[in-house]
Design a protein. Structure first.
Length: 81
């Protein structure tokens, strides 16, 4: 026997427990991969929510400014009458 042949490993399966373990590992891997993907999506959605909330604040400020301007114009019209 050469040294390279001696380093090879041999796997023995008894009662098909290894196959069950492999199927559990693939299911666990699927869950882990799904969790990672969902975390990435969640992070992206959080960023978009934050940007939309900032935009809402800007629009509310613009609306408040317009309301003040309209109130001022109404007061001017009343004064002219």
């Amino acid at each position: 026997m050469s040294k390279s042949e001696a380093k090879k490993s041999l796997t023995v399966v008894l009662n098909d427990k290894q196959e069950d373990n492999q199927s559990d590992n693939t299911y666990e891997r699927y869950i882990i991969d799904n969790n990672k993907r969902l975390q990435e999506e969640n992070t992206c959605l959080k960023l978009s929510v934050n940007s939309l909330e900032d935009r809402i604040e800007e629009l509310e400020e613009d609306t408040a400014t317009e309301e003040k301007r309209n109130q001022y114009l109404k007061s001017l019209l009343k004064n002219f009458n």
